[in-house]
Design a protein around this ligand. Structure first.
Ligand code: ZN
Length: 278
């Protein structure tokens, strides 16, 4: 018996395209097609950003709804997670798509410096985001960009603003935030397991760290994230790169660590999500 590893595909993100970056999916139809290819390659969870017509980060619930509906139709059982990321979006923009009740949404439980901007989440906004998700039964994925965010996530559970078991994603390799060092990941995982023993976790390696972090997660019992969102500039050097190719790369690695790509049903069970799509 091998252990299932949930593969998340982060196919688009919010980083602007440049002339030499590969053709990341930007329109809803491109995103649905790219997600379907990633699903067939072994992804069980789709992390979704949408773009405005000018390709700036979008918040239009209609665009989110179109992607959500397309994935439900073409990728049976796949878990849909909306981004509530802050690049180019106001707090209200970030909340708006939650009205569509995705099964999961990303959640940042504190503030952090990125290479070229500060992602500020004040305590009151963090609490409001938690309540908005709880009231709609949306499971957060805590994006841990800095160590303190892990402890504030646990605090939200203690204050009953978030339900157990939690799921966290350690994000490694962003300049000014957490470095992609295995010792850092091992420390964060040990803290999580001490403070929230029923939690599940994954990690995302940014840029050139993506594959290395995939290996660490498979070895340490975590789940994996891949996709062009996290390494668009790095993969730009290889114009053939696609989301499905990156998912297949992780799926093919699983056997080395006695793991297999989780089916959507296995991923739902691991994350304590309903088997029936709501
Ligand atoms: Zn994202």
């Amino acid at each position: 018996m091998t252990l299932p590893a949930i593969i998340t595909v982060a196919m688009t993100g919010s980083v602007p395209r440049k002339a030499d970056t590969p053709a990341i999916p930007v329109t809803p139809s491109e995103q649905i097609e790219s997600t379907h290819e990633a699903y067939e390659a072994g992804a069980a969870l789709a992390h979704i950003h949408v773009r405005n017509p000018d390709e700036s980060p979008g918040s239009d619930p209609a665009a989110f709804a179109e992607v959500q509906e397309g994935i439900r139709r073409h990728c049976p059982g796949m878990i849909i997670q909306f981004s509530t990321g802050g690049r180019g979006r106001t707090f209200q923009d970030r909340l708006a798509p939650l009205e569509l009740c995705p099964e999961m949404a990303s959640f940042t439980s504190g503030s952090v410096n990125f290479p070229d901007w500060a992602f500020v989440n004040e305590p009151a906004a963090v609490d409001q985001m938690a309540l908005e998700m709880k009231s709609r039964r949306i499971k957060p994925e805590f994006e841990i960009f800095d160590a303190a965010m892990l402890y504030s996530a646990i605090g939200l559970v203690k204050r009953e603003l978030v339900e157990r078991p939690i799921h966290v994603q350690f994000v490694l390799g962003i300049r000014n935030a957490l470095p992609a060092r295995r010792e850092v990941l091992e420390f964060l995982v040990s803290e999580l397991q001490a403070l929230a023993p029923d939690a599940t976790w994954g990690a995302a390696g940014i840029g050139r760290h993506q594959l290395e972090v995939n290996h660490w997660c498979l070895e340490l019992g975590g789940h994996c994230r891949t996709g062009l969102e996290d390494n668009i500039y790095f993969e730009a050097k290889r114009l053939a790169a696609s989301n499905a190719e990156l998912v297949k790369r992780v799926a093919d690695l699983c056997g080395q660590w006695n793991r297999h790509p989780a089916t959507p049903a296995e991923a739902r069970q691991l994350l304590s999500l309903p088997q029936q799509v709501q």
